[in-house]
Write a protein that binds this ligand. Structure first.
Ligand SMILES: NC(=O)c1ccc[n+]([C@@H]2O[C@H](COP(=O)([O-])OP(=O)(O)OC[C@H]3O[C@@H](n4cnc5c(N)ncnc54)[C@H](OP(=O)(O)O)[C@@H]3O)[C@@H](O)[C@H]2O)c1
Length: 267
């Protein structure tokens, strides 16, 4: 008899924190559905995880900035009736620069991916979790969700949305058996970080000490998610940043992030 395993769906699984989530879930014997645009990378990852952990992995190519592709993805999942135990809304994008220098289309794509795709997938897949009486939603926000961040204004605003939505849903779904967690990582060594550093050389000066490892971030998030924690901030330095941000008057936080944000624009 084949053993029945739980299923985790991970968006943005082709690299970085999403790839690390795939590994952590595989280590805990979850079957996986991996979503991203780069199908080649997903296939390579799927083959490795299948071989190393004896789990089932299916891959879905989907550009989550395209509403029709999101619709196709969620409709096929609903049609198949796959009981997803953990939905990890991880895919995200960041653009650094002055708000007015970033093309309008890029702002739209950030919102489409970080906000609308995440909301659409959650709203389509939560009802079956609620009907079953168990399931977990893990949304990837950022410590940038706790304060405005001039120079990555749209990104920070999108992550504030993710944090707020997750906190609201965690309460709305209390006692349904479904938990909602917002993961708020600080700087993490992924392609997103490398690309930001290539565009903005001042980020190269950030000491390695404050940069987290994606696997450790995914491990902490996975543990927090299984415990039903509403907010997971991995790393003591990031916890401190969030606490300081929440305890400091808003006007002062704005001035401080303004000084740093403007400085990165004038490199
Ligand atoms: N790295 C950090 O410092 C940091 C800090 C806080 C929060 N985060 C958050 O962590 C999450 C993961 O980011 P990461 O740091 O791991 O960056 P990453 O290595 O660049 O990974 C981003 C993932 O999102 C996928 N993705 C991007 N655009 C997509 C699209 N249009 N449709 C479908 N998938 C798309 C990418 O896959 P494809 O290119 O194959 O589509 C990739 O798998 C994001 O939500 C990010 O905001 C990161």
């Amino acid at each position: 008899m084949t053993q029945k395993r739980n299923i985790a769906l991970i968006t943005g699984a082709s690299s970085g924190i999403g790839e690390a989530f795939a590994l952590v879930c595989a280590e805990h014997q979850y079957d996986l559905i991996l979503v991203a645009r780069n199908i080649k990378k997903l296939n390579i990852l799927a083959a490795r995880l299948t071989q190393d952990h004896a789990i089932d992995v299916s891959v879905r190519k989907c550009d989550l900035t395209v509403p029709d592709e999101i619709k196709k993805l969620t409709e096929s999942l609903l049609l198949e009736g796959t009981p997803i135990e953990i939905l990890i809304n991880n895919a995200g994008m960041l653009e650094h620069g002055a708000f007015v220098d970033i093309p309008s289309e890029t702002h739209q794509n950030i919102l489409q991916l970080n906000v609308l795709a995440l909301t659409a997938i959650a709203s389509q897949l939560l009802p079956s979790m609620i009907a079953r009486g168990h399931g977990r939603l893990l949304n990837v926000a950022s410590i940038g969700a706790f304060q405005p961040l001039p120079s990555v204004a749209t990104y920070a605003a999108s992550k504030a949305f993710v944090l707020s939505l997750s906190e609201s849903l965690a309460e709305e779904l209390r006692d349904t058996g479904v938990t909602v967690t917002a993961l708020c990582p600080g700087l993490t060594a992924t392609n997103m970080m490398t690309q930001a550093q290539e565009k903005n050389h001042s980020l190269l000066k950030i000491p390695n000490l404050v940069i987290s490892d994606p696997y450790e971030v995914a491990q902490k998030a996975f543990r927090g998610c299984l415990k039903g924690k509403t907010i997971v901030v991995p790393g003591a330095k990031n916890v401190l940043t969030c606490l300081l941000s929440r305890a400091t008057p808003k006007w002062l936080v704005r001035r401080i992030t303004g000084i740093f944000g403007r400085a990165t624009l004038h490199q």
